[in-house]
Ligand binder design. Sequence first.
Ligand SMILES: [Mg+2]
Length: 105
Amino acid sequence: MRLEELTSLIMAQAKAKGFGTKPNDIDVAEKIALIHSEISEAYEAFRHQNIKGKDGFEEELGDAVQRILHLCGALGVDIEEVILKKLNSNKNRQWDWDKMNEGKS
Ligand SMILES: [Mg+2]
């Protein structure tokens, strides 16, 4: 299933459940905060090694992606196109890993 199809399913459910489906129906800042809250829930689940259970890491990542796709659907963002464009622009990008505090623990 492509992201476009998944977004269509999410938007159909949003409509059925009374969530916003158009830019004027939603508070973008609130939606971003809710995406962030799902990421925080994923972090907490991972900390407690609840990976596959209810409210587990995988479920919370799914919640976050659903919320992102809902936001994209409401705003008309073609997220597949955006991701592919970014992947392409990153092909020749260089990272200076010595200056980054990422992936080290
Ligand atoms: Mg959640």
